[in-house]
Write a protein of this length. Sequence first.
Length: 108
Amino acid sequence: MTSQMRKWALAGAAAAFAMTLADIAGSFAPAVSFVSEAQARIGRPATPGSVAGVARRTTRRVVRRSSIYVATLPAACARTSVNGTVVWRCGGAYYQPYGGRYVVVYID
């Protein structure tokens, strides 16, 4: 091992030791810790309490797709919106556009 490699290894070991020591001290004095408490911010898309996340989950729970596809809609269908999702109501059945065809969806 060359002297330069020894110096880098020693510096790395010292840095790792210092970070470990600071993290241990952080449990006693939070201002010293490298890792603070995790906090979810309301309004960020990835947080569970965000408006976007709630709307996405609500729509997902209300409109469920089936595995039944049709090429064209039946006669006398009306376009409607359910929680911001566009669906077509044809009698008692609902259809959602999907890839050039329509899929039967269930509204809960």
